[in-house]
Design a protein around this ligand. Structure first.
Ligand code: ADP
Ligand code: MG
Length: 322
């Protein structure tokens, strides 16, 4: 089985959404965004050991490799159009390739996003996807557009993927039902593509939460030259995590919700006058959103308790079980 057999068998994708003029097989793919729309482009790489373990289910890995890229399109308010896949493989393992391409192309089909090209080479396992989406340039959800007085929202729940990771590493013990649920969130994240598009013209600024809420919100704050007050009671809304809450201390929970990682939710800001439109966008996208705080002029992030008093936040090197 040679390089071209691999491409033909596993990475030939017949999907042709409007905008994809030519898929793979030539020197380049050809894309034409709809009139009035601009291409939105993003790349994410997944490296063995760093982003996933060698024994991960290849179907889940195929899903996740594309999901993390679609999440970036979602955070820009862009509609998925196409993607390319650069793949370095230690060997041609047909069972692995079958699983990987099944997970990858199933998610691609769900979002009408066509695999239009790539590169395949021998080497350590490494996956790199570039996605192309379209969005009217004036409606793209940039990180730099948050304004003082904006409400801050987050979609879905935070910390679930981190909880799964800690459970799989034996740091936390979880019941079978909870573990299955959070493991799904870690291994098969749902990119908030519909929500991102529904927030066009509603949200001021947005980012996706891939490295933890505080880190990714900080990108918006820095780009917009503002700060944030967050309400702890609004952030800690994950049901899966509340089931372990009683057995762990506060610092542990802070770390999960605020620095969790791999959430692939959207954090975004919108003026209070758009509150109803935000709710409508959430309903239309069938994605829950929670208002977690406010953009303010004073730089930095403060987390406030029930009485509105700032809470002391443990650093990143906090010892969970001390
Ligand atoms: P080039 O010689 O231009 O590098 P290749 O021989 O690497 O082209 O690839 C041949 C065709 O197969 C190209 O159209 C390329 O986009 C496509 N291709 C290569 N690898 C992949 C992949 N992993 N997934 C999808 N298409 C691929
Ligand atoms: Mg090539």
């Amino acid at each position: 089985v040679g390089e071209f057999d691999v491409i033909r068998r596993y990475f030939q994708h017949p999907l042709r959404p409007a905008g994809v003029v030519l898929g793979n097989g030539d020197d380049c793919a050809l894309l034409t965004p709809a009139p009035g729309q601009t291409l939105a482009v993003s790349t994410d790489m997944l490296v063995e050991w760093r982003h996933f373990f060698p024994d991960v289910d290849p179907e889940a890995l195929g899903h996740k490799a594309l999901a993390v890229n679609l999440s970036d399109l979602a955070a820009m308010g862009a509609e998925p159009l196409a993607f390319t896949l650069a793949l370095s493989l230690p060997k041609v393992d047909e069972v692995w390739l079958e699983g990987f391409s099944t997970g990858l192309l199933a998610l691609a089909n769900l979002h009408g996003c066509a695999l239009v090209g790539g590169d395949t080479t021998a080497g350590p396992l490494n996956l790199c996807i570039t996605v192309f989406g379209q969005v009217p340039a004036t409606q793209a959800l940039r990180r730099s557009s948050a304004q003082v007085g904006d409400d801050i929202y987050v979609s879905g729940t935070l910390g679930d993927a981190r909880l799964a990771l800690e459970a799989l590493q034996g740091q936390v013990s979880l019941g079978a039902v909870d573990l299955a649920r959070v493991r799904q969130r870690l291994e098969r994240p749902t990119p908030r593509v519909a929500l991102g598009q529904a927030l066009r013209g509603v949200a001021h600024a947005a980012a996706d939460v891939s490295d933890g809420l505080t880190g990714d919100l900080a990108h918006i704050l820095n780009a917009s030259d503002v700060g944030a007050d967050l309400h702890w009671s609004k952030i800690s809304n994950s049901i899966a995590i509340s089931s372990v809450m009683k057995s762990v201390n506060d610092g542990f929970l802070f770390d999960f919700f605020l620095n969790g990682g791999d959430d692939y939710e959207l954090v975004f800001t919108a003026p209070p006058s758009a509150h109803w439109q935000v709710q409508q966008a959430a309903t239309q996208a069938q994605t829950p959103v929670t208002r977690i705080g406010t953009i303010c002029a004073k730089s930095g992030i403060r987390v406030l308790d029930h009485n509105g008093l700032p809470m002391a936040l443990p650093g990143r090197s906090f010892d969970h079980f001390a």
